[in-house]
Ligand binder design. Structure first.
Ligand code: GLA
Length: 713
């Protein structure tokens, strides 16, 4: 595993991970050409060389070669990696290879290739960081203005990936909306472009910046899959472009829509990271690699050692009607179930009695909490739980003290209406004083109270993104400045309060991406807590993100959204597939329900290490039929957990056995099914499978398997 460099007639770099190679070369005109990405080949001479000839006078050279990072300039018509306007209004960019550097620090090797537009001294650094054990390459671009005049950046992508020639490219991606996020869609990519993007200022509920491409035949365990994921929490885009030669280029990064960035002399602009990988072992392997990469490289702190606590959140129980007495009562009940973290959601501050007022006024509402928050927090702590708090820092209601004081702090254009959504406006985080205000109020909260968890919400997309006092050059920078401001606040808070857990929420799953996950520990995947719907949302989520990141609550039945009635057991089993939370009104739970809830929390605590840190297998995905099965296997492969859900039994049909995965063939595993202890080898569990007895509608089962030293049956 290494970065090898060949310096024969032509220069070539071989970026080797455990199982893959990515090859780049420089041609005689100093263009950087993509040469290969896929499985390792036996000999160096097997890899293709750079293209040298202009093959046809009509198909110009720039269109025939696969450019590693294409400028917009010369005879080029495809989606560019970089498009600029120089101060003299020249809009032609010529990037040629200059030099390279290898960095072998921390746990990764990085190759930097320098390109230059020498007429203007604009330098572009292409960064490739190898995540060798997971066959992933992180790419990003630094652009440095070493010239004496400003440059306007009109488009800058983080990376362009070239896929090998495949007959039919099939794209898998995640789409959705509020209460229906991260659903999987699959389409064949025809000639032309397919764009996934957000123009909403946040990552968005509508599309998540993840993709996977195969030849239409890959499955969970077999087949070649190329996949990638972007780390940016604002406007982004990923463009899939199949050219007229049938080749696919995938470019992604910050969205160029309504974007412009002025790069002054000596300034540098760094793009977000776009990570991608290749596997020959199907979508399941691709997901597991992304999951472990997130735990080892993305999540803050030492994510692999910290287990997520079981939390209780009062939002669905009390909505805005929170008060000291009511929350204390809920806290008692939550503690009796074994909950470890009690979270007070919306409604505790300012004049926040519904969603029309209060956002921006982050002082404790004394009518609801006459003893400040201290009394509630001490009570929660005495009950043996940590305390967590909801905030929505980037927002303000028109009806608030903050808006009265600073109406100019929100994005707006002069002489234009300010559109409200959920009765609120977005604060302009491009302004330093707004960033300071937000940092200060959270710093005060964390410094004053014993708060161990922050749920950071963001409940509306941007509109009228104007900043009246700013120069004309800064106007279209706000999309990026907002995200930079947000990241800066979170980074500062994390440095000062490293023990505090942060959850990213945006009206459910509107801000889930690798950028926010470098600063938050987990995400709220959806406001939809209907456990049946949730199975689909969680499944889509699992293609891109680790189960540990996924917070999931058990709420009341019938569910508020679909009015669906589901057993408490089913609701728990669904919520236990990630970080477990409880969000129902415990005051209304019967004795039997409380008893079952206690048992399930105990059970979850026994298996959460496997769920949060193990390998996840989508044995039977929802789109395959009536039965959903997901398995988790721990690192040593001596413990596994199987979740099975039946939608509806029909025609009295018996269910097929569930074939497990990821176990050691000759290990013996014991599990219990309807009071019967069964012992089978890993091989038998894979080849023959395990029978589950599910009946009727919406039945479910959780089966725990443990390695046995010898047969005792
Ligand atoms: C958003 C969140 C919910 C809840 C409410 C509070 O919708 O996704 O979980 O916190 O805001 O207003």
């Amino acid at each position: 595993m290494s970065i090898k460099i060949l310096n024969n007639d032509e220069k070539k770099w071989f970026l080797e991970t455990k199982n893959t190679v990515y090859v780049i070369g420089v041609d005689e005109d100093k263009n950087l050409q993509h040469l290969y990405w896929g499985e390792k080949l036996p000999y160096t001479s097997d890899y293709p060389g750079v293209l040298l000839l202009k093959e046809s006078p009509f198909d110009n050279f720039e269109q025939i070669i696969k450019e590693e990072f294409s400028p917009w300039g010369g005879i080029r018509y495809k989606e560019p990696g970089l498009k600029v306007i120089y101060e003299d209004q020249v809009r032609d960019l010529i990037l040629k290879y200059k030099t390279y550097k290898l960095i072998d620090s921390d746990k990764c090797k990085t190759l930097i290739i320098y390109l230059i537009d020498s007429a203007y001294n604009l330098e572009v650094e292409l960064n490739y960081r190898l995540i060798e054990e997971y066959d992933l390459i992180e790419r990003w671009v630094n652009i440095k203005n070493k010239g004496s005049q400003s440059v306007q950046i009109k488009q800058i992508l983080s990376a362009q990936w070239h896929l090998p020639d495949i007959q039919n490219y099939r794209l898998s991606y995640l789409y959705g909306r509020w209460a229906g996020e991260t659903k999987l869609s699959r389409i064949e990519l025809g000639y032309g472009k397919k764009v996934l993007e957000s123009r909403r200022g946040i990552t968005s509920h509508q599309f998540n910046p993840w993709f996977a491409v195969d030849n239409g035949q890959a499955d969970e365990d077999i087949g070649k899959v190329y996949y990638g994921i972007l780390g940016w929490s604002g406007n982004w885009k990923i463009v899939f472009e199949k050219d007229s030669y049938g080749r696919l280029q995938i470019g992604g990064g910050i969205n160029d829509f309504d974007f412009s960035w002025q790069l002054k002399p000596n300034e540098c602009f760094v793009t977000p990271k776009f990570v991608a990988g290749h596997t020959t072992n199907g979508f399941g392997d691709a997901s597991r690699k992304l999951h472990h990469y997130q735990l080892d490289y993305i999540l803050p702190g030492n994510a692999n050692h910290k287990i997520r606590p079981v939390l209780y959140n009062s939002w669905e129980a009390t909505s805005f009607n929170v008060n000291e007495e009511g929350q204390k009562k809920l806290a008692e009940k939550a503690a009796s179930l074994g909950v470890e973290l009690f979270v007070l959601d919306d409604g505790w501050f300012g004049e926040r009695n519904d969603d029309t007022a209060g956002l921006g006024d982050w002082y404790v509402n004394k009518k609801k909490f006459p003893h400040d928050l201290t009394s509630l927090i001490s009570y929660v702590n005495e009950l043996g739980m940590d305390f967590g708090l909801w905030v929505e820092p980037e927002m303000v209601n028109k009806n608030s003290k903050l808006y009265n004081l600073h109406p100019d702090w929100v994005y707006h254009f002069p002489n234009r209406p300010r559109s409200e959504s959920r009765n609120q406006f977005v604060l302009n985080l491009a302004k330093k004083e707004v960033v300071e205000y937000i940092y200060d109020f959270i710093n005060t909260l964390l410094g004053t109270y014993n708060i161990k968890f922050i749920k950071w919400d963001m409940n509306r997309p941007f509109s009228e993104p104007g900043w009246s006092e700013a120069s004309k050059f800064q106007q279209q920078e706000i999309w990026v400045c907002h995200v930079q401001g947000l990241y800066q606040i979170l980074d500062r808070l994390r440095r000062k309060y490293p023990e505090v857990i942060f959850e990213s929420c945006s009206g459910g799953g509107g801000r889930i991406d690798l950028g926010i996950l470098q600063r938050t520990d987990q995400v709220w995947v959806s406001d939809n807590t209907d456990a049946f719907d949730r199975l689909k949302i969680q499944e889509g989520f699992s293609y891109a993100y680790a189960p540990k990141i996924m917070m999931s609550w058990v709420t009341d039945s019938p569910n508020w959204l679909n009015q669906r009635k589901l057993s408490l057991e089913y609701r728990f089993n669904v919520a236990m597939m990630g970080g477990l939370g409880i969000g129902g009104n415990l005051n209304n739970w019967s004795k039997n329900e409380i008893k079952l809830a206690k048992e399930k929390v105990i059970q979850y605590k026994k298996i959460r290490e496997i769920i949060q840190h193990g390998d996840q297998y989508r044995l039977l995905p929802s789109w395959k039929g009536n039965l959903i099965a997901v398995e988790y296997v721990n690192k040593n492969k001596d413990k596994a957990v199987l979740f099975v859900f039946l939608h509806s039994q029909q025609f009295g049909e018996k269910l097929p056995p569930i074939k497990l995965n990821g176990l050691i063939s000759d290990f013996l595993y014991q599990y219990q099914d309807d009071n019967k202890k069964i012992i089978l080898s890993g091989k038998a569990l894979k080849e023959i499978g395990l029978k589950v007895n599910l009946k009727g509608d919406f039945d479910s089962k959780l089966i725990i398997l443990e390695k046995q030293n010898k047969r005792n049956d």
